[in-house]
Structures are given as C-alpha cells and as structure tokens.
Ligand binder design. Structure first.
Ligand code: GLN
Length: 344
C-alpha cells in the first residue's frame, strides 16, 4: 500500500516537474514561421481606419504592414514591410516616462502623475477633471496625453533644445540608430493640437505641470513625430525585454531597476481603455500609437512590434493587435501562462 502510494506520488511529482519545466527557447525557424503565418493571415484584412484628427496621418499608406521580433539575444526576425516609417506617436510616452525615471527615480512618476488607468480615451479632459475633483490628485498615468505632457515637462535640461535633444537621443539609444523627426507630421499636429494645448493648460492650472505648459506640449508633439519603422520599434521593445540593455547594440540604455515600473505602467495603461482586454489575451506589457505601431514586451524573451496604420475605435492598430497576439501566444510569450496549459 505504502509503496504503491509512494510510486503514484513519485509519478505525479515527475509529471509536475515536466509540466513546470521552462519551455526551451524557440528556434529561429519556429519564430520565423509564427511571423510569416500572422503576416499571411492578416495582410488582406480591411478593418480599421487611419487616424485623421492629425491630417498628416490620414495620408499615410494604410497598406504598410511590418512585423519585427527581436529576441533578448539580439536576433532580429521580420515579416512584411519593416522599412517604411510611421510616426511613433504615443509609443514615445513610454520612453519619455523612462527618461523621467532615469533623472528623478520612479517615485517622481507616482507622486506627480499617478500610475492608474483612467478607463477613458487617451486625450480625455474628463479624466483630468475626475482625478482632480473626485480622486483629489495624481491618479492618472504617463501613457495618456495629460500624464504624458506632464512627463515631458519633467524632463530636465537648461533649454528647450537641451530637453528635446535628450528625449530624441534616449529614443535613438533604444532603437540602436539615430532617429529623426517627420517634419510633415510635426507641423500637421502642431497646427491642429488645440486639444493637447488645452490639456497642457489644465495640467498647469492644477499644478501637475510646474511651468511653461506651452513648451511641454510643443516638445511632446515633436516627440510624437519621431519616425520609426517596425524594426526600430521591435528593437526598442526588446531593450525593455532585456532589462534595459539594447540586445542589438549591447548598450545599457536605461537603469535595470526602473524597467519593472515602466512595464507595469504599460501593462495597466498601454492600450488606453482597451488595456484590460489586451492583457487578458496576451499578458504582455505593450504600447500603441495612433501612427499605427504597437510594441509589446515578453520579459526575458523578446520584444515585438507591428506597424499597420488602420486603427480600431480605441485608437489601437487592428492588424498589430491581432498579429502580436497570435505570434506571442504561439511562442509562449505570455508571462502569466503556465507552459503546460499553452502547449496542449
Ligand atoms: N500625438 C498624439 C496625440 O497627442 C498621440 C496620441 C496617440 O498615439 N494615442 O493625440
């Protein structure tokens, strides 16, 4: 009896050990096959529409569709068009938030802006009013416009140029090449961003922004116009997956200890009011931009990015959401998913 039970328990523990064993790293062929499959599956879908509240974004070719996955050991896998550039838009919010953490520590973000999802659209003014009047303080986050404009206002530097250059250089270090601004997009948004100017003024009125809200909005608008392709974004995501060290250039571009906080805000608020749905399906910290890019991070494994301009109602790229979800789930990218459950 005893020995029979012992044998049974032994077998169960052996099975448990197998079930818990970390999945072996995916081979390059498996990764490439996952990218190719998602590219083929979503290439011709017609859902979604380019953002048009910034006139220059409506003119971008909606057929651009590129996928780049960069592993933490620096291997780059691509499918489709990874050369065409789009504006980074809200994805820049991640890196400017990280820049503030580099200069002032992660507490500065919680204390001045907050790290809670608003549940509202990215440029909601009601969200600011609600945080101020009902919640009484810094209860938003740096990935929606009011928090992002505030984060930009917190970047240190002696002049506008110095602040801007440090933001641009920081983005470039993540991408592993010198990035530049799409002047047409910058001019177009600067001429039509009255709503963001209002948000900047409101954040100043409530004391979240300490001075010069006009400059903060202007630099924020410029950072949103940084031109990137899918490969740049994939490398930027992989740097976050690799504890802040760019796996392609080998350069440590942000402090290791700030990476968890950056990923946490991405997980709670990266896809605006659809962040919960996204996390439910993928488990991945991610960030979208109205230019059509999405980055997602599988910590310790890979960064992935897709560029495809047509967006859904929440402002997130339709193809990017679908492709990243398929690819990551195929490659066991979800940090919450037990390998045994997904491998079936
Ligand atoms: N520059 C855009 C804006 O402020 C960014 C928005 C976005 O990508 N969601 O409206």
């Amino acid at each position: 009896m005893r020995s029979r039970n012992g044998g049974f328990i032994g077998l169960i523990s052996l099975l448990a050990v197998f079930a818990m064993a970390p999945v072996r790293a995916q081979t390059s062929d498996q990764i490439q096959a996952a990218l190719d499959a998602a590219y083929a599956k979503y290439k011709d879908i017609k859902e979604g529409k380019n953002a048009d509240y910034i006139p220059a974004l409506a003119r971008v070719d909606p057929k651009i569709f590129g996928i780049a996955l960069v592993t933490t050991d620096g291997k780059i896998h691509t499918a489709g068009d990874v050369k065409s550039e789009v504006s980074i838009q809200s994805i820049s919010k991640v890196f400017t938030m990280a820049k503030v953490m580099e200069q002032q520590g992660p507490d500065a973000i919680v204390q001045r802006i907050g790290v809670d999802a608003t549940g509202m659209r990215f440029n909601s003014i009601v969200a600011v009013e609600f945080a101020e009047k009902a919640l009484g303080g810094p209860e938003i986050n740096p990935l929606v416009n009011p928090g992002a404009i505030t984060a930009t206002s917190m970047v240190q530097g002696g002049s506008r140029d110095e602040v801007w250059q440090s933001i641009l250089d920081f983005h470039s270090a993540f991408a592993g090449r010198p990035l530049r601004v799409d002047q047409e997009v910058f001019d177009s948004e600067a001429a039509s961003n009255q709503r963001n100017q209002a948000i900047g003024a409101l954040m100043y009125a409530y004391g979240f922004i300490k001075d010069n809200p006009g400059q903060a909005v202007d630099i924020y608008t410029e950072q949103c116009a940084i031109a990137v392709n899918a490969k740049d974004l994939g490398t930027m995501a992989a740097t976050l997956a690799n504890a802040g060290k760019n796996p392609v250039t080998g350069k440590q571009v942000m402090k290791v200890q700030n990476v968890p906080e950056v990923l946490a805000v991405m997980a709670t608020a990266g896809l605006y009011d659809d962040s919960g749905k996204w996390l439910y399906r993928t488990g991945l910290p991610a960030k979208s931009g109205v230019g059509g890019g999405i980055i997602a991070v599988s910590p310790g494994k890979f960064g992935i990015a897709v560029v495809s301009p047509p967006l859904d109602e929440a402002g997130n790229s339709v193809r990017a959401q679908k492709a990243i979800t398929d690819i990551s789930n195929t490659l066991h990218g979800n940090p919450y998913a037990p390998v045994s459950a997904k491998a079936k």
